[in-house]
Design a protein around this ligand. Structure first.
Ligand SMILES: Nc1ncnc2c1ncn2[C@@H]1O[C@H](COP(=O)(O)OP(=O)(O)OP(=O)(O)O)[C@@H](O)[C@H]1O
Ligand SMILES: [Mg+2]
Length: 510
């Protein structure tokens, strides 16, 4: 069996292709043995791997062996020729197996033809100096065969196999790591968004908890309404993680964050070539969320075309990727949220009425903080504890007067504003206790002039700046009341027309 150089090159090129084409070890090794068969005309080929835990050598891939004989064959280190090669790390060549007593015939698969001899080659597969298995072939041979050349060739192939195994192990352990990381993250999120992690014991919030629990075990579509910062995101999470879908994906899509066309392909996915930039097929969120929940935030901003497509998803639980013919079925629960009054949007023909009713199956209103002021002390302490921990501070609490001020304030930004306020206090305050003096100006004065608070934060401003700011707001208000007439506004403010003009420029009120 003289292997010509050209054939050798062809064989090696075939084998390296097998490596390049698949990351699946089984597949790669199988095609290697197939190439060996095609190019060397072997009768059988076999790759064994040592299992370090049990110290047994098992057949991983066999070519020309029945399944039955394959499963019967397992060797101990030192047993048979395969076992000896693993033990010594050196190749063994048996020119004629019928004459070799070390041959075990475990797989009982060789029927020798009369007058022909079968030669057996077994080379070690080594990784980082250790023998991890064997590559063996047997074939009909005669005495003129160049056994050494064959061994050299098999050695090269064994080295390639070792690399494939190494790569496979890396990929496998990466996958394993990813799987573990995912499980850990899911668990963490789940505990973080457990319904009981929502703070608040007001009757208004108790009603929200009751509704969350009620819808948890159904697939009903939920529409969350509530001002910005009231906790709609948190409620959406709570619904998902207390439902039977908790182990499946929770996929959030913000309907305002993306331009219409991008949002469409984000939701539905697209086929390769569906539009100019569709270089690859892309799986949309509705498909990704299969089995889980899709949270459509700011649904009021969705454009009419997408509204009708969404209606179909809700009604039929099916859709097509953009540019595709095939219809995809998906099992999802939809939770939508908006801070707008959708009924008004429907009246203005900005929002489809039929979609509104489909979404509004179970409406949950998340109440603004000013309607549940008894939650303020609880939330304030909750955030104080949280930021104490994350910023390594140890503020003990709020003085009674300060709590009273926090409760008196209207919190136009709701829980988010309270959270941000406490975060800033934790950074700035150096005492044990948060006193009224520590509180921002607009909270301290909320009793006397609550609408000034609407204009924004006074935080970190000097008195001069606060004075200017207040002046700006008052001038702005006067201008509005005089429908932009500067002379009238100046008269009401007691300014000369010239002063008025200067102020308008200074505060950029043009
Ligand atoms: N009941 C609550 N307990 C603890 N934290 C809360 C609660 N409600 C809201 N928060 C916190 O307040 C912040 C704002 O909440 P969230 O993002 O859920 O509001 P939203 O209603 O979705 O606001 P937007 O309309 O602006 O998206 C978040 O950091 C959230 O963790
Ligand atoms: Mg939100």
């Amino acid at each position: 069996m003289k292997v010509k150089l050209a054939r050798e090159v062809e064989l090696l090129s075939d084998i390296s292709k097998a490596f390049a084409e698949s990351l699946d070890l089984e597949e790669t090794l199988t095609s290697i043995l197939k190439s060996l068969d095609t190019h060397l005309n072997l009768r059988r080929g076999m790759i064994t791997l040592l299992d370090p835990d049990t110290e047994t050598i098992n057949i991983r891939i066999a070519h020309g062996l029945s399944k039955k004989s394959r499963s019967q064959a397992s060797y101990k280190v030192g047993e048979g020729i395969t076992g000896l090669v693993v033990q010594s790390g050196k190749e063994i060549v048996v020119p004629d197996i019928s004459k070799d007593p070390r041959f075990l015939h475990k797989t009982r698969s060789r029927k020798q033809e009369k007058g022909k001899q079968i030669a057996f080659f077994c080379v070690p597969i080594k990784l980082e100096g250790k023998t991890i298995g064997t590559l063996s072939v047997d074939k009909q041979a005669d005495k003129s065969d160049d056994f050494k050349a064959n061994v050299r060739l098999l050695d090269v192939i064994a080295t390639m196999v070792a690399q494939a195994i190494k790569l496979n192990k890396l990929v496998e352990s990466d996958r394993q790591k990813l799987r573990e990381e995912n499980v850990r993250l899911r668990r963490e999120l789940k505990s973080h968004f457990d319904i009981h992690n929502m703070v608040g014991s007001s009757n208004a919030m108790k009603e929200v908890y009751r509704l969350i629990e009620q819808v948890a075990n159904s697939n009903a579509t939920v529409l969350l309404r509530g001002e910005s910062g009231t906790g709609k995101d948190l409620v959406a999470h709570a619904i998902h993680y207390s439902s039977l879908r908790a182990d499946k994906p929770f996929v959030k899509v913000n309907c305002t964050a993306l331009p219409d066309t991008l949002l469409e392909s984000e939701l539905f996915g697209h086929e390769k070539g569906a539009f100019t930039n569709a270089i690859r097929t892309r799986i949309g969120r509705f498909e990704l969320a299969n089995g889980g929940t899709v949270f459509l935030d700011e649904i009021g901003d969705m454009n009419p075309l997408l509204q009708s497509k969404l209606l179909r998803v809700i009604q039929e639980r099916q859709f097509e990727r953009i540019g595709a013919i095939k219809t995809i079925k998906t099992d999802i629960r939809i939770v939508a949220a908006t801070h707008q009054d959708l009924k008004v949007a429907v009246a203005q023909k900005k929002f489809r009425e039929d979609l509104y009713y489909r979404l509004n199956v179970i409406p949950i209103r998340v109440p603004p903080l000013r309607e549940r002021k008894t939650d303020i002390p609880l939330l304030a302490h909750h955030f104080l504890e949280y930021f104490n921990h994350s910023k390594k501070k140890s503020i003990r609490g709020f003085g009674e007067d300060s709590l009273e001020l926090l409760m008196r304030y209207d919190w136009p930004g709701n829980v988010r504003e309270l959270e941000n306020t406490i975060e800033r206090l934790v950074i700035l305050v150096d005492n044990n206790i948060i006193t009224p003096e520590d509180l921002p100006f607009y909270i301290k004065t909320s009793r006397t002039n609550s609408n000034l608070a609407d204009f924004g934060s006074w935080e970190g401003m000097s008195y001069r700046e606060q004075l200017d700011y207040a002046e700006k707001l008052i001038i702005k208000k006067a201008l509005e009341e005089c429908q932009g007439n500067k002379t009238h506004a100046a008269r009401r403010l007691g300014f000369s027309v010239r002063t008025m003009r200067n102020k308008i420029n200074k505060y950029n009120l043009n």
